[in-house]
Design a protein around this ligand. Sequence first.
Ligand code: PMP
Ligand code: GLN
Length: 386
Amino acid sequence: MLLEKRLRSKLPDVGTTIFTKMSALAEEHEALNLAQGFPEFDCSPDLQRLVDKYVRSGKNQYAPMPGALRLREAIAKKTFEASGTEYHPVREITITSGATEALFVAISTVVHPGDEVIVFEPAYDSYVPAIELSGGIPVFVTLDPQYDSIDWEAVRTRITGKTRAIVINTPHNPTGKVWSASDLQALAALAEAHDLTVVSDEVYEYIVFDGREHVSVASVPSLAERSFVCGSFGKTFHTTGWKLGFCLAPAYLTTEFRKIHQFLVFSVVTPFQFAVAEYLSEPEHYLTLSAFYQRKRDLFNEAIGDIGFILKPSEGSFFQNVSYANLSDENDLALAERLTREAGVASIPLSAFYGRETDFKTLRFCFAKHDDTLLKAAGLLKKVCW
Ligand code: PMP
Ligand code: GLN
């Protein structure tokens, strides 16, 4: 068909995401799915009851375009308590359809054709397509494969007169790296010197381990004034299927952000916003998450301890990266597929998070699973013929 031939893809290099592929393969082989990052367990019954309450009490029509004010106020309060920075609920906070929408809209707000955007790789997969759909050019800075430091000098050398924005993610998916206060100071110095907008993906803000603290760009005044901070309740309340997220940004950025948000989705699911607003009033509901996941990380790591993997540091998020360089020469995609088929355990190959071909012989396992599942997965991995 002529029409089909004439259709020019806007994302010619994009296929089905690795998360969808590995989840489908896991299903086909009835494998334990430690691949796609989502909790195996349900959200709290109290939170479910709150949704029920608001559905039954008629909160079923469009929410206001920027989100239910009650939820924006609850987010302003928790942000102030954590960072000391005040975001105005009316002018500076927008409720979005997951962090994915927040990130997409933030990037679309600032990137014009020809603009360059710094992206650290390995990177979560939604940043680059968003940049490209706005005609922007992703410029990659590769994180040290050992994940122990960020080379700020390398970042500086990638900045040109065309650099418009920088995308960061802490705690980091896929590596589990948590940025330090000095990383954020280095970022602030560069962003100020080159007048960059920062898009900060902080969806794992409440999952940090071993006494570390999440340092939000919101807590650094010189960054907060030039940043979009994108968050999600999917990770925090085990509700990835609700696709409820938010974006904090100073009013001059939020005004432009909302122009796009209003024509992308207009507003997002109403009763869930009221439920989450009420649930947020008890900080214990999110401040206990780090301990909950740290125990799971440790349980999983101990169980896979004698396989021969080299465990990379997991400082936050719900991911554990392991190098199998000692055990096999296979490339990471081939191995992830073989383990799914033969061992019955699905993971994500780290190479999927790079814009170019790489093979660090590393797999990412998601430990947001029941203890039984983690122990069973470790048992199955031990039986593999390497
Ligand atoms: N950023 C990162 C780093 C993620 O891992 C995810 C999803 N797991 C998202 C953004 C998307 O969040 P949401 O599901 O709220 O759209
Ligand atoms: N963020 C999840 C992960 O990293 C997946 C989200 C998705 O499937 N798009 O596994």
